[in-house]
Design a protein around this ligand. Structure first.
Ligand code: ADP
Length: 858
């Protein structure tokens, strides 16, 4: 227990898996936590007179599964192994923690999702470093793919960055700066000296073997990110004492990426659906429509592109050119996708090799995947010839088949390499003279043993005599009962079985000895050769990572072309002008939920002189759909994708905001209205003239008059002060009056057609405001009884004429505010405004109606 306590004291915050023979044991609190979380039996261990120690254990063979469960629940697990052979140990076997697994730092396949990165992110704030003000340094690593990203962002942009990376673990200096905490994320605090700039610089230089950070493309402006990276590297080293393998850092510059905050990412349902809640499924999301990638690297990169669209015309055009190229060469694209489909997760397989963790099978997969590179290259060349473009030429120019690595792996390993070195052969014949000789010896021994059967049959005259083998007795000669009298005296009896006896002879034993020693040496030698091969392959990690990234990018570009062709998307024209113009635009996700051609396309444009659209129309008309479709089309264009429209002209944005009022944020413990207002305020503070702001029913979370007033003022501010492109969808048709005051505002409505007293949703966008809200018709659709509807219609009529009588001629200018529409709103009108018809039973509706009519008469 002394040794245990000593090791545990260095791993206080982890559950310690303490290796004892064939079990990992956990003690004290760890045992209690584990038994609770994993359903293990809690026992106790006698502690020599002192109080008994709680104990729980898991068999080594099944440990991976238990580790996974604990880590998925947000625990860290430290694996402590016996690091010397217990048979050779003097005294207590030496033990060391060889690895600590955490949600953010995991390498096991079953803890990872192929289609997304598993990031651990270190963050430090500028306040710690004089002069950096409200800037944040961020370093994000995915140890399973070897990716390291550095960025320095304004404190206000941190949330968007974290929303995009969706880290599983965040590492912060103590005392922790205030940061928006991502969902389901473990927080790890480290001493603040770990985030020191000089230390960070030295650590990075040492890790990447460079004399100065300039060589990594890391400049003076990135110093805060270097601070974070230094702390991150040190933390990783602690978790993985054997080291981690990271490719050269990708330095992200804030102006290269279009920031999307968490709410925008959610409201546009990019990678997670609003309805899906906490589930991981992507049904109903943009990524679900776009992800036709053929490789895991491609799937991860597509996700990155979706969450971090580009923000400069040149970068976007370069991608669009490449997608265009693939659109115009369907045959080459098909061939390319066919070749790529044969490639496994090269990035993770290569990282495993570099970490000395791949099994023979995984190394063979790596070689096999890379052997497909020439086919990929050929298809790429065809595509580049059919439709030349810079991106494809660059990829071809930098192409590296890694043929040397491929052939070395292919030459060294057997065809179907096993999961581990041992029973089945790993190393091919002809690779190593010593191994071949040992195998010769072993096989010779086996042949000799086989010959013994024939010889002994002849010598003894026992035709049924057999040579057999089992693990306990080794090789033996088996004679049936009826022949026992023929057994010669030099046979030594070893075992009696039901219908005979088993013997050995000195000759048999000496061959056996030869076979078994040879086997042992063979395994040892195979392991040596395999380790050396894996080491050499691992050393090529930089090349392997580079080609994995190239494949990922080609996969994504070809995928975007594939989707564009299949779904009938058009190439957007990217400009540096203000205008956003979409002709026959569709919602990429909603259109797929209905039969082809049932979705009604709509045109929409926002120009400097008509930059704010107030979109009215009854519930269910299609306002949200249009709003989101504009957001999605703009976003897709920025990621370099074609868009669901017949034509689109997109002025490059600096930010994209999407807010949906009264969205279900109750889980976060704030009132929905408060959340809504906080979100709106964030937009008013950060949006610029180059932003696109999409607001859906903002202000709905409060009473009608409050709601309308807030919506009114927000729209005015965006129009007059921010001057950005704005679409405001609302069922408050009162807002249409804003057009009288705001010269760059236009009213649009999503048309409904009235057929008799019924309404038909035609989902068509038309200029002009909706003059009615059709609430009663929607009530009818929802099944309100005819009598109630009839009464409501009459009431509405009365109220409307009353309101007209009260209404001041024109809304007051912004300076006077409030008292907006009605000098003195009738109390019945106010009550009516607060009614949510959908939330009422017919009985409640009737009662209320009765009350209202009484109040109106009073
Ligand atoms: P609103 O925001 O006005 O209440 P939604 O945008 O939620 O309405 O649309 C309601 C439903 O109408 C959607 O679920 C969709 O099925 C259908 N819809 C919306 N827009 C279209 C369209 N352009 N073409 C076909 N169906 C549409």
């Amino acid at each position: 227990m002394q040794q245990y306590r000593e090791i545990k004291s260095r791993h206080q915050d982890a559950i310690l898996f303490f290796r004892m023979g064939e079990f990992y044991e956990m003690f004290y609190d760890d045992a209690e936590t584990a038994s609770r979380t994993l359903g293990l039996t809690l026992t106790t261990r006698n502690n020599g007179g002192a109080a008994d120690v709680p104990l729980a254990g898991v068999p080594v063979k099944a440990a991976a599964d238990y580790v996974r469960k604990l880590v998925q629940q947000g625990f860290r697990v430290a694996i402590c192994e016996q690091v010397e052979d217990p048979r050779l140990a003097k005294g207590i076997v030496r033990r060391e923690v060889i690895e600590t697994v955490t949600p953010g730092v995991a390498l096991a396949d079953d803890l990872l999702d192929g289609a997304r990165n598993n990031y651990v992110v270190a963050i430090t704030d500028g306040a710690r470093d004089a002069g950096c003000g409200a800037r944040m340094g961020v370093a994000a690593a995915d140890v399973s793919t070897g990716e390291l990203r550095l960025s320095v962002v304004d404190a206000t942009a941190l949330e968007a960055l974290l929303a995009r990376l969706a880290p599983r673990e965040v590492v912060l200096p103590r005392p922790a700066p205030r940061i928006p905490r991502p969902d389901e994320c473990l927080l790890t605090e480290r001493e603040s000296w770990e985030f020191d700039a000089t230390l960070g610089r030295e650590d990075l230089e040492r890790h990447f073997g460079v004399l100065s950070l300039d060589g990594l493309g890391v400049g003076a402006d990135d110093i805060l990110a270097v601070c974070a990276a230094g702390a991150l590297l040190r933390y990783l080293k602690e978790l993985q004492p054997a080291g981690v393998s990271l490719a050269r850092p990708i330095v992200e510059h804030a102006d290269g990426v279009l920031p999307l905050d968490e709410m925008t990412r959610r409201n546009l349902e990019l990678v997670e659906s609003l309805r899906g809640g906490g589930t991981r499924g992507t049904a109903g999301t943009l990524i679900d429509v776009l992800d036709r990638t053929t490789t895991a690297m491609g799937a991860r990169m597509l996700r990155q592109w979706t969450l971090a669209p580009l923000a400069t015309k040149a970068a976007i055009d370069a991608r669009l050119d490449a997608v265009d190229s693939f659109v115009r060469s369907p045959l080459a694209r098909e061939a390319l996708r066919g070749a790529l489909a044969q490639v496994r997760d090269l990035e993770r397989l290569a990282t495993k090799a570099a970490l000395g963790r791949s099994t023979p099978r995984e190394l063979a997969w790596l070689g096999d995947s890379m052997s497909r590179l020439p086919a990929v290259q050929a298809a790429l060349r065809d595509a580049a010839q059919a439709a030349p473009c810079a991106r494809l030429h660059d990829a071809l120019a930098a192409w590296d088949d890694c043929a040397d690595v491929v052939s070395e792996i292919a030459r060294t390993l057997v065809r179907d390499a096993p999961i581990s070195v041992g029973e089945d052969p790993t190393i091919a014949a002809g690779v190593d003279a010593e191994l071949d000789e040992l195998r010769g010896l072993r096989d010779g021994g086996r042949d000799a043993i086989a010959r013994i059967q024939a010889d002994e049959r002849e010598r003894t005259g026992i035709q049924s005599l057999k040579v057999g083998y089992n693990r306990i007795f080794g090789y033996y000669i088996e004679v049936t009962k009826s022949n026992l009298h023929l057994v010669p005296p030099d046979y030594q009896r070893r075992q009696t079985i039901t219908n005979g006896e088993r013997y050995v002879t000195p000759a048999l034993k000496s061959y056996e000895e030869r076979v078994l020693t040879a086997n042992e040496r063979i395994e040892e030698r195979e392991r040596e050769i395999f380790d050396a091969l894996r080491g050499r392959v691992g050393k090529q990690i930089a090349r392997l990572h580079a080609i994995a990234r190239a494949l990922a990018e080609i996969d994504v570009l070809a995928t975007l072309a594939e989707v564009a062709t299949r779904e009938g998307y058009a190439r957007p024209r990217i400009s540096e002008e203000f205008t956003l113009r979409i002709t026959a635009g569709r919602h990429p996700v909603v259109e797929r939920m209905m039969p082809r051609d049932k979705f009604v396309p709509n045109d929409l444009q926002l120009t400097e002189s008509a930059r704010v659209i107030v979109l009215t129309g009854p519930n269910m008309a299609g306002k949200s759909t249009i709003l989101r479709q504009v957001g999605l089309i703009a976003l897709m264009a920025h990621m370099g994708s074609f868009v669901p429209a017949s034509e689109a002209e997109i002025g490059v944005l600096d930010r994209l905001f999407t807010r949906v009022g009264a969205s279900d944020n109750l889980a976060r413990g704030q009132s929905t209205f408060m959340v809504e207002m906080a979100e709106t305020s964030a937009i008013l503070h950060t949006a610029t003239a180059r932003s696109l702001v999409l607001l859906d029913e903002i202000g709905r979370g409060t009473s009608t008059y409050d709601g309308v007033s807030i919506a009114w003022a927000v729209t005015e501010h965006l129009h007059n002060v921010t001057g950005c492109k704005t679409i405001f969808a609302t069922h408050y048709h009162e807002l249409t009056q804003l057009a009288d005051d705001l010269d760059a505002m236009r009213n649009y409505n999503v048309a409904v057609r009235e057929v008799g007293d019924r309404i038909l949703f035609v989902h068509r966008l038309e200029p002009g405001g909706a003059d009615r809200s059709y609430g009663i018709e929607v009530g009818r659709l929802a099944g309100l009884p005819a009598a109630v509807l009839d009464r409501a219609r009459r009431l509405l009529h009365v109220l409307e004429s009353e309101q007209l009588a009260h209404r001041s001629a024109k809304p007051v200018p912004a300076t006077q505010q409030l008292g907006l529409f009605v000098a003195q709103p009738h109390p019945v009108v106010e009550r009516l405004g607060k009614i949510d018809v959908n939330a009422m039973t017919p009985m409640q509706a009737l009662t209320l109606l009765d009350e209202l009519s009484r109040q109106a008469r009073a």
